[in-house]
Structure formats: C-alpha cells, structure tokens
Write a protein that binds this ligand. Structure first.
Ligand code: S3P
Length: 436
C-alpha cells in the first residue's frame, strides 16, 4: 500500500464528532453475549478490532445483527451457559481486548476454544491472564511456556481468587471478573493503580453482584445477566489526536464533540492542564452510563511536565501523544512508570522515538518511558513507519500536520480504532469541518 501523506495547514478551525469508544463497544458485545435476551447497541465503534470481537462471538453461537454501515447493532444473548463450541479457531485480529476478555469468559465454559491473532497480537504478553485464570482452575495452554497466543482453553469449573495484579490493566481485570461470574466463591482483583472501569459499570448495570473499593473490584457468582441496551459515548483516546493538534498548532481552535470523560480515562486532560493548555469542557452530560462532554481546545503555550504513578493507567493509550506535546513545550517532559507501553500493539516507546526522531526531535527512551527537551526548534516532515500500530499511525499523522514539509506514513493501521481518521484530518485541515 502506498504511504499516506500529510502537511501543515496555516490555520485550523474544526468541529469533530469523535468515534464511539472502543473499550465500551467490545464490552457491549461480549457482556450482552451472555445476557438473557436481546440488547440494542447504538453507535458501536465500527472498526477492525470491534468487528473481530463480533465475529468471534458469532462463531460461539451469539446472535449478532450488525450489517456493514448500520449505526445500530443487536445482540441476542445466549444466557450465561449457552455459548456453543466454535467450529474453528477464534481470530482476534489485532485486538488485545478481544483475546484477553474472551480468554476469561471461555475459561468458564466446558468447550474447547483456540484463540489466535495477527503477528502483533501473537507477540503480546498473555501470561498476565493465563496464570491467574489457571489459579482459578482453568485448563489453558499457550505457545512459549504458556505466555503467547495461540491460546488453547478447555473451560470448566472455577474457584474464586483474591488476585493482586502486578499491572494496572483493565483487560486483565475484566477477564478475571468475567471468569469470576461463574466461579465458586468471590473473585477480587486489586491493581497497583486504577484502570478503566467500564466493565464494573456495565456488569453492575446488568445486575452482576459487583462492588468496587478503591483499586479493588470484587464479583460474586451469578446465574443471570440482564441485557444492557446503550448508546456508546465517544472515545477520549480518539479525541486525543485532535486535542494535541489544537494545543500544539499556532493558530487552531477545535471543538471535539461527545467525548467520554470518565475519570479513569481522563489522564490526558490532567496532563494538558499541568502543561498549561487552553481547553474547556462544555455541555457536560451522560450517555451509556458514562459522563460525556464537548471539549473546546485552542492553541496554547505549553510547559514541560512529569507523568508518573496513577496518571499512567488513566492515560495509557495517549502517552505517545505526550511525547509530541513535549516537542512543543518549554523545558523537560518526562513519562515514567509506563513500561506497559512496550507491551502494546507495538513497543510504543521505540516506535515514538523512531517517528519523532525522523522528524528532528530528540526523544530519549527510558526502560519505563521517555524524556524530551522542548521546544524542538522545528519538526520537519519525513517518511515514517507506524509499523501497523494504529496509535502510532495517528501520532505520525498529527506530528506531520504540525511539521514543516511533507510527512509520508507507512503501515498506519488507523482502521483498527478510527477508520475515518484521515478523512476527518483532511476536513479539519482544509476547513470543511469548520466550527458551527
Ligand atoms: C483496554 C485496556 C488497555 C488499553 C487498551 C484497551 C480495554 O489495555 O491500552 O487499548 O479495553 O480494556 P491494558 O488493559 O492492557 O492496560
């Protein structure tokens, strides 16, 4: 495929309707798959990752009605014990959420299941779900000493555990909570920092006996979940490129509409605030059991900041964009405690050092993050490789939109989470997405 090309507009005035939340879309399909009855999901994210989830669930016998191009999907749940054994391997594509949540769910089903994915997913750590699920009694095997997909599961009876997770990961937490719904006794998951809590909100709304105390979520077994119909709010991780574009560009004002502002996801807003960015939350409201707002963001003078600790899981998918913010900020910007960045769709620390380095920024990799001294005298366009990682594709595109000259991007993969990203970028830059 030929590389995509972007360059800098002199002025940006745009209003963007951000795509639906990926995490909530996955969960809406997976949780409703085991509910008693039919749910309507309005505005699910139609991207490669969520399609992977829907296809896997259909292979397990779940009634999914979601024709291409339709903004509403229906899921006819099979109840908690009604999934069929899939006739084939379940292909999770590029999606860690699909693989890890289904591993938890299928550990509790007396079926033989084999989960695989693309080259990136087959290189991502799976012991983090396999080993606690085995402690619960699941029979799971995987490649490389039970650490890498493909994963083979022969599900069955489980016992609850109190699990102290070494990583703050909503995927691990959600896999164990799903398994815990079927276990004998309670299952609790404690995290070193609070990860996104969409599973807790949605499962509680479906009637699951679930309590949250600080960074611990505990679920008791149940025999029934109510279907949950919802309208999926906009994804703050897909809003993030626009927020960063607006604050770094010298003449920009962007209104990003319908963004989920759940506090377990708004680390980037806290980082922007600490850097002195000019933005406001407008029309605060609720959708799909989550807080939502429009964000109005303008060109800003930024100062460097340190991102660490509890902020990291609350901004995990946005941290590569913080490196770009650092290029436009006065002084040092440092991200630490974020070794998880190396376990995403790519090693995002190495990938961002490559992309921003090609454009003239000097970013120093750390084992658990990166440091950058800003402001960088002038980013210049370059040919960069996003190595099939959607977040790196969007980072490269926004960096290219802020750079002097043309940027060409190979392997952007934006279809994984934001299929209309380049159309929205073109509309924002040529004025076609102008503010009302
Ligand atoms: C997600 C959780 C995060 C995030 C990923 C989506 C989820 O991963 O990076 O994009 O939907 O639960 P981890 O749970 O591995 O931190």
């Amino acid at each position: 495929m030929s590389p995509l090309s972007v360059s800098r507009p002199g002025r940006i005035r745009a209003a963007i309707d951000v795509p639906p939340d990926k995490s909530i879309s996955h969960r809406a399909f997976i949780f409703n798959a085991i509910a008693d009855g039919r749910a309507t999901i309005e505005h699910p994210l139609d991207s490669q990752d969520v399609r992977s989830t829907a296809t896997c669930l259909a292979a397990l016998g779940v009634g999914i009605d979601w024709p291409a191009g339709r903004a509403t999907a229906t899921v006819t749940g099979r109840g908690m014990h009604g999934l069929f054994e899939s006739e084939d391997v379940l292909d999770c594509g590029n999606s860690g959420t699909t693989m890890r949540l289904l591993t938890g769910l299928l550990s509790a089903h007396p079926l033989l299941s084999v989960l695989t994915g693309d080259a990136s997913l087959k290189a991502r750590p799976m012991a983090r779900v396999i080993s606690p699920l085995r402690k619960m009694g699941a029979h799971i095997h995987a490649r490389r000493g039970d650490t890498l997909a493909p994963i083979v599961i022969k599900g069955g009876d489980l016992a609850g555990i109190a699990y102290d997770s070494p990583v703050a990961s909503a995927q691990v937490k959600s896999a164990l909570l799903l398994a815990g719904l079927y276990a004998d006794g309670d299952t609790s998951v404690s995290e070193p920092g609070r990860s996104r809590d969409h599973s807790e909100r949605m499962l509680s709304a479906m009637g699951a006996p679930l309590v949250v105390e600080g960074a611990t979520a505990r679920v008791s077994p149940t025999s029934r979940l109510e279907p949950l119909s919802l309208r999926v709010p906009g994804d703050i991780s897909s809003a993030a490129p626009w927020l960063v574009l607006a604050v770094c560009h010298s003449d920009a004002e962007i209104l990003v509409r319908g963004v989920n502002t759940n506090s377990t996801r708004t680390g980037l807003l806290d980082i922007l605030r600490a850097m002195g960015a000019d933005f406001e939350l407008l029309e605060e409201r609720a959708a799909g059991g989550e807080p939502v707002a429009d964000l109005l963001v303008r060109s800003s003078r930024l100062n460097g900041t340190v991102v660490s600790g509890e902020l990291v899981p609350r901004a995990i998918d946005e941290l590569p964009l913080v490196a770009l913010l650092g290029c436009f900020a006065e002084g040092e910007t440092m991200v630490r405690d974020a070794a998880e960045l190396r376990a995403k769709e790519s090693d995002r620390i190495e990938a961002l050092v490559h992309i921003l380095g090609r454009m003239g920024a000097r970013v120093t990799a750390r084992p658990d993050g990166f440091t950058i001294h800003g402001p960088v005298p002038g980013l210049r366009g370059a040919r960069v490789d996003a190595i099939g990682d959607h977040r790196m594709g969007m980072l490269a595109a926004i960096a290219g939109t802020l750079a002097e000259g043309e940027t060409r991007i190979d392997n952007d993969a934006v279809g994984v989470s934001y299929p209309s990203f380049f159309q929205d970028l073109a509309r924002a830059c040529d004025g076609a997405a102008a503010l009302p």
